[in-house]
Design a protein around this ligand. Structure first.
Ligand SMILES: [Zn+2]
Length: 443
């Protein structure tokens, strides 16, 4: 089914253009050009007149833990280990697959209303084995968000039992899911050995081998907190990225490192030389008092950078637009340099940077790419002023815009948010499910 969208402005090739049409056919963008021309060329198409809308690519949330939305507001303002024990570890053992589904539907609904069209969920609460993974995938399908399951491989036995698998079990489960969803246009599965503190070297190597087998990337948390650096130094006499390099999982450019707060110069060079990617989660790093990743150095090394909200109980918002703002602001103050990260860079990280990391044809509006986009209302106060030059549009989106400006979200050519309301699911029922679960969990 062909549709021609006629917005006020369209973000294309790095600028906002008026009088441009966006043509889609099914789930793909088929043409972009002056809409008068497209109208003449395709008279039988359905026209969507959006005279007040600014169309931008859908944002890509490259790191989230959806179940953590259920724990938002619990054990807030505690040191990391206390927060971990009193929120994560306390509630995780009770989460059955149906509860994981509830958390995921909740998280994906909220982030989609905030303009995310794709999410990578880093999922590790396998209380019901692979059925728990399937519950998250089903939630993504029901909400209508494009989905990458970063299927976690975890063998540190100090954690709740549902997180932990042997290397063989983890390999078997990742393989099973990756094969099952290989041809699904809305779901992909990538291996995600948890971190150097929660996955053995053998597990990390197994994750890397799976990435080779399925020709994809693998995700891993790296140096989020100083304790991981200390532990790796103590056990291996080298730093985290040095160890990852030494065990041979970086050389083929498949590593997606999450956080990378505590890297020294040599580790930053290793990230660049090995074409590793970074998912940066500035709000989470602030909330948990982790520290500040050196984004300018990694950008200088041409490391591909995407943005993640991380779990909603360590942020506590789950919006990629929010992370764009936080990324730029935190880097500016950290470097005492207003140019440390600019709004173009922050916007690119939240769209095409995440897309590159997730290896999907999204994050930009161009023919052949998926029809994943967001329409922002130019009359929302938080996006004004917009003068004739359009100079203010992108800085206002990154630094000023509130979710009230988000009118429509389209994923794979299908509208999922209409006039700011979720239309794939009943929002009231989602809230009811969450409340019922949190009033009864563990009782
Ligand atoms: Zn994480």
């Amino acid at each position: 089914m062909m549709k021609l969208y006629k917005p006020f402005l369209l973000f294309n090739e790095g600028t906002f253009k008026p009088n441009m049409g966006l043509m889609i056919d099914g789930g793909k963008i088929t043409a972009i050009g002056p809409y008068k021309e497209l109208e003449t060329r395709y008279p039988d198409t359905e026209f969507v007149d959006w005279p007040d809308e600014i169309i931008v690519p859908g944002t890509v949330n490259a790191h989230n833990h959806s179940f953590q939305s259920l724990l938002r507001g619990l054990a807030a303002d505690r040191p990391f280990l206390e927060w971990r024990d009193q929120a994560l570890y306390k509630y995780s053992p009770y989460l059955k697959a149906k509860d994981v589904y509830t958390g995921a539907v909740f998280a994906f609904s909220e982030m989609m209303k905030c303009g995310a069209t794709t999410v990578s969920d880093y999922f590790y609460v396998h209380n019901e084995g692979i059925d728990s993974d399937e519950a998250v995938i089903q939630a993504a399908k029901d909400v209508g968000i494009r989905f990458v399951l970063a299927r976690t491989m975890y063998d540190w036995t100090g954690a709740p039992a549902g997180y932990v698998e042997s290397v063989d079990e983890a390999v078997k489960n990742v393989t099973c899911l990756a094969k099952k969803y290989r041809d699904d246009p809305m779901v992909s599965v990538v291996p995600a050995p948890h971190s150097l503190h929660a996955a053995s070297v053998e597990m990390i190597r197994a994750g890397h081998r799976l990435a080779q087998e399925f020709d994809c990337k693998f995700h891993i948390h790296v140096a989020e907190e100083p304790f991981e650096v200390d532990q790796v130094l103590h056990d291996h006499h080298m730093r985290p990225v040095e160890l990852l390099d030494k065990i041979g999982v970086m050389a083929d450019g498949r590593m997606v490192a999450i956080h990378c707060v505590w890297l020294n110069d040599h580790e930053k060079t290793l990230m660049a030389e090995n074409h590793a990617s970074l998912v940066y989660c500035p709000s989470s790093n602030m909330f948990l008092a982790d520290g500040i990743t050196d984004i300018p150095a990694l950008l200088n090394g041409n490391v591909t950078i995407g943005l993640g909200s991380d779990g909603a109980c360590s942020n506590n918002r789950i919006s990629v637009f929010e992370e764009m703002r936080m990324c730029a602001m935190l880097q500016k103050v950290s470097k005492l340099d207003s140019l440390a990260v600019n709004y173009h860079q922050a916007f690119a990280m939240g769209t095409k940077g995440g897309a590159e990391i997730l290896q999907l044809p999204i994050g930009e509006l161009k023919p052949g790419f998926s029809a994943d986009f967001v329409a922002l209302n130019r009359n929302d106060l938080s996006i004004q002023p917009i003068s004739e030059t359009h100079e203010q549009v992108l800085p206002n989106i990154v630094y000023a815009m509130q979710p009230t400006a988000i009118d429509y979200v389209v994923v794979d050519g299908k509208c999922t948010v209409d006039h700011g309301h979720l239309i794939t699911l009943n929002e009231g029922q989602v809230i009811k499910r969450v409340q019922t679960l949190m009033n009864t969990i563990g009782k």
